[in-house]
Design a protein. Structure first.
Length: 366
């Protein structure tokens, strides 16, 4: 019998009762190893701890599966589900994550966790459920495929994950390519930045900072984060978010709880002072060699000037003095985001894996 227990947030990521977070991190790391042959994209325990800590913007409910009614540690945990509940926007959405210990899959543990997660979401008035799957870099030859609703991108229709979600009414909405860049030497990165700067209009300039967002930039970052939620491919799913200076400051606080640092380059229109672009790198303090590319956005009205490339190469050059130990950068982009994929290909990113984005809508099924 599988017992499902609600897990309460511990006082810290290292507290004795934080073992469900350790289990979640370990089990997902195993999935990455199996699917991608690498654990480079594994989430840390502090990152999981930080999620949903500001109820103005989101909360997270975690559920633990076990063979015993009152599990007391990671050895008694067979699976973990996390239900992410937006609180400032997307109030009809719950993002559901379920992972089962390696060696215990196929026993109905994931199904039990998923059903419990849906009950949590519905109890909070959520009708739409989002889920993500880790996909290998390439589809096996001759495998049956499942396309997205738009027809752009596909996954293996026969995989355990695809069958699990399809059987429960989820639709594949989006496929992302994850990629990894091995950084050039410091000298070559500076040279690349200068070459891109030389061929880019002087109507725009870059401003780079690390750590906490400066007070005078809070509103600009909030505006650009809003554009990030509305102006990129989402598979036809509304993911728009409400952003203001308070939310940016809350994001900084959550990042500190996650033990992560950030390096940000903004693009500013010189004559008006308007900030029109942003790119952000994140780095776990416990991981020396890898940084993760997060947002890159240029406001629609200012595209076509090479500003996305300018922002990225400027940030890469700044890595040398900010995080000299970083040798690789990960990123992820929707397969229909051809412009950003072209930028990343030009920078030398190579495919590392793929992700599927799935949606189940209770309202559409009623």
């Amino acid at each position: 019998m599988t017992w499902i227990t609600r897990f309460e947030q511990p006082a810290s990521p290292t507290a004795p009762d934080a073992w469900p977070l350790q289990a979640e991190a370990e089990f997902w790391s195993d999935v990455l190893d199996e699917k991608l042959g690498s654990r480079d994209l594994a989430e840390t325990v502090p990152l999981l701890f930080s999620q949903g800590t500001d109820p103005r913007y989101s909360t997270v409910v975690r559920l633990v599966a076990s063979d015993v009614p009152s599990p007391g540690g990671i050895d008694e945990c067979t699976g973990v589900a996390a239900v992410h509940l937006p609180c400032a926007d997307n109030l009809d959405v719950a993002e559901v994550s379920c992972v089962v210990r390696r060696g215990r899959r196929g026993e109905g543990i994931g199904g039990a966790l998923h059903e419990a997660a849906l009950r949590v979401g519905r109890a909070h008035g959520r009708e739409k459920f989002w889920a993500f799957t880790v996909e290998p870099p390439q589809l096996a030859a001759g495998v049956a495929t499942l396309p997205t609703q738009s027809g752009e991108g596909m996954v293996d229709a026969t995989s355990r994950e695809s069958r699990f979600l399809s059987d429960r009414g989820y639709r594949l909405m989006l496929v992302e390519r994850t990629a990894m860049l091995t950084l050039l030497s410091v000298e070559d990165r500076v040279r690349a930045r200068d070459e891109v700067r030389a061929r880019t209009t002087r109507a725009y300039e870059c401003l780079t900072f690390s750590g906490t967002v400066p007070e005078e930039l809070l509103d600009a970052v909030a505006t650009l984060n809003f554009h990030m939620s509305t102006d990129v491919p989402t598979g036809g799913v509304d993911m728009s978010e409400v952003w203001d200076a308070d939310r940016v400051r809350a994001m900084d606080h959550e990042r500190e709880l996650a033990a992560r640092d950030q390096l940000v380059t903004l693009v500013r229109r010189v004559d008006t002072g308007e900030f029109v672009g942003l790119t952000r790198l994140l780095k776990d303090r416990s991981v020396a060699a890898i940084a993760h590319q997060w947002e890159t956005i240029v406001v629609k009205e200012h595209r076509g000037h090479g500003l996305g490339m300018l922002a990225k190469v400027t940030n890469h050059a700044a890595l040398a003095s900010t995080w000299p130990s970083v040798a690789r950068i990960s990123t992820g982009n929707a397969v229909q985001n051809e412009h950003m994929l072209a930028i990343n290909d030009a920078l030398g990113f190579e495919t590392h894996g793929r992700e599927g984005f799935w949606v189940m809508d209770d309202g559409a099924q009623s």
